[in-house]
Design a protein around this ligand. Structure first.
Ligand code: SF4
Ligand code: SF4
Length: 212
């Protein structure tokens, strides 16, 4: 498989396929809105920056872990990367095991990356008084975004996106660190794919030296 669209088709008619499709739709909606927000308020990351990935381990939902796990298993088919995620199960503070300086945007699963990675440095939060507040990412030494904004306008905030994301798991999903969550979902998908006779990771595959 070469794309997330093919991945969704492979699991069509199953909970996993529908869940991945819903998640991708949500990511697309969010991306459109955050692009608009960033363009309106002149917010941009520094050129080639990916420093945040070196200093945190994302908290992700079950749906997000499923998409990342499926991406690793069926699109990248990268045994060494799956092993790296597995080996990072006790790492709660980063670097993220999916970080690679040589990958596009420094993320080996960029197309499937979780919500927090899409929003960090690009989205406002709801402040205590109900107004939206944007604060510059602390690693943005080039100052390519405003240091802070307090917005009276009705702009999308992180809490709304987080609520929408969690609703995809119907209240049954777990939330946890990426390494642990993705490792669990890799095992679940391996089992599912063996029943569907899908093209799973081949242990003889040569690991991709430069991911993505
Ligand atoms: S959010 Fe901050 S650290 Fe992350 S890529 Fe943007 S500027 Fe760099
Ligand atoms: S999943 Fe990708 S974008 Fe998110 S922290 Fe890891 S390397 Fe960075």
């Amino acid at each position: 498989m070469d794309s997330i669209e093919e991945l969704i088709i492979a699991f069509e008619g199953m909970y996993a396929g529908q869940n991945m499709a819903n998640l991708v739709d949500l990511y697309l909606t969010i991306e459109n809105q955050t692009n608009g927000f960033c363009s309106t308020y002149s917010i941009a990351c520094g050129s080639g920056c990916g420093t945040c990935c070196e200093y945190f381990m994302p908290d992700i939902t079950t749906s997000e872990a499923r998409l990342v796990a499926a991406y690793l298993l069926f699109i990248k088919k990268d045994v060494s990367l799956i092993e790296a995620v597995n080996n990072a199960k006790d790492n709660t503070s980063g670097p993220c095991p999916l970080y690679s300086y040589d990958s596009p945007y420094h993320c080996t699963v960029y197309q499937a990356r979780p919500l927090i990675c899409r929003l960090f440095g690009a989205c406002a939060n709801q402040g205590k008084d109900g107004r939206a507040v944007f604060r510059r990412c602390k690693y943005n030494v080039e100052q390519t975004m405003p240091s802070s904004l307090i917005l009276d306008e009705d702009v999308p905030v992180m809490q709304d996106y987080s609520y929408a994301l969690r609703s995809l798991d119907d209240g049954n999903g777990k939330v946890g660190y990426l390494s642990e969550m993705v490792s669990i979902l890799v095992e679940q998908l391996r089992f599912l794919s063996s029943m569907l006779s899908l093209d799973d990771t081949n242990p003889d595959d040569t690991p991709t030296p430069l991911a993505s």
